[in-house]
Design a protein around this ligand. Structure first.
Ligand code: FAD
Length: 271
């Protein structure tokens, strides 16, 4: 098979491109952002400001697709999970444990950067950045998707197209795939939407040198009836602690103002 196109260079896009690179002669990842050359938060994935955890199953999949990625993260300052205890606090008590598998605790920006670099070294994977996918190309009878229409995000907004034998959309929540299929005359089942109204607020702190060795990650579960939010203290690379509060329901979101956030953190008793 000749050419595959993956829309979006988020985690799903990177894993998809990695898998397709074994089966297609050329794989193009088309991303609307200019991808940073160093680990950095970018516009297209605003959620990456908040701490992200890779759960055990995701970790296994990533290790299979990108062998040794955990060690690469650690080499770039991420923290190894077996080096510290985790504390889980809820209304029934406190559980202190060591995570059963070794993973690396990093920012999402570092994780994406490490995976991206791996792909940049695969000869048949190409990145087209600063390029927004604006529609799907199809055969005359609309039965086959034959490629994508694109628009550059630079000043001249140059439009283009890219033919492909396979197009996979991993554009996440801003995917235009339903709109594109509608415009080709396909009806798409109404999605079932479950609105959870999660609200996150995160502050980052440098862990003091004298605390680096005794540091423990903490997860404190919410007790909504008591107005207590979920709190997390998680170490990422370079001995920085991501401190996160979140609540569901849409009525009582954690504050994004540092002083108020500190007060809410005390109330959540996760420190
Ligand atoms: C606050 C918060 C915390 C979270 N914490 C965790 C966590 O701890 N662990 C976890 O596993 N998950 C977590 N998630 C969920 C996780 O962020 C998402 O599931 C994940 O990002 C989805 O990845 P994705 O690659 O499918 O989409 P995205 O990460 O959204 O990536 C989509 C990509 O497509 C690009 N794109 C979009 N439209 C176009 C277009 N038209 N043309 C070209 N490119 C386009 C975007 O720029 C982006 O790069 C969290 C989410 C939030 C909001």
């Amino acid at each position: 098979m000749n050419k595959a196109v993956v829309i979006g260079a988020g985690i799903a896009g990177l894993i998809t491109a990695r898998m397709l690179s074994e089966y297609y002669k050329e794989v193009y990842i088309v991303e609307r952002d200019e991808l940073p050359t160093a680990p950095a938060i970018r516009q297209g994935t605003p959620q990456s400001f908040h701490p992200h955890r890779v759960l055990p199953r995701g970790h296994m999949i990533l290790e299979r697709c990108f062998p040794g990625y955990t060690h690469e993260l650690i080499e770039h300052g991420a923290h190894t999970s077996d080096a510290e205890e985790m504390v889980l606090v809820n209304q029934f008590g406190i559980l202190v444990f060591r995570p059963p598998i070794v993973s690396a605790s990093s920012s999402r920006a570092l994780l994406e950067w490490v995976l991206r670099r791996r792909l940049q070294n695969i000869h048949n994977v190409h990145f087209l950045t600063n390029t927004e996918v604006i529609g799907l190309m199809s055969s005359e009878d609309h039965k086959t998707i034959t490629g994508i229409y694109t628009k550059k995000r630079s000043k001249n907004k140059q439009e283009g197209m890219l033919t492909a034998d396979m197009v996979i959309d991993t554009a996440g929540r801003s995917s235009k795939v339903i709109k594109s299929l509608n415009s080709l005359g396909y009806t798409v089942p109404d999605p079932e939407v479950l609105k959870v109204s999660l609200g996150y607020s995160t502050q980052y702190y440098k862990i003091p040198r004298q605390m680096e060795q005794q540091w423990r990650s903490v997860v404190s579960e919410a007790q909504p009836a008591k107005g207590k939010m979920t709190g997390m203290l998680l170490r990422i690379e370079d001995n920085i602690a991501g401190t996160l509060l979140f609540s569901a329901g849409g009525e009582n979101y954690p504050s994004a103002k540092p002083d108020e956030f500190q007060e809410e953190l005390k109330k959540s008793k996760c420190v």
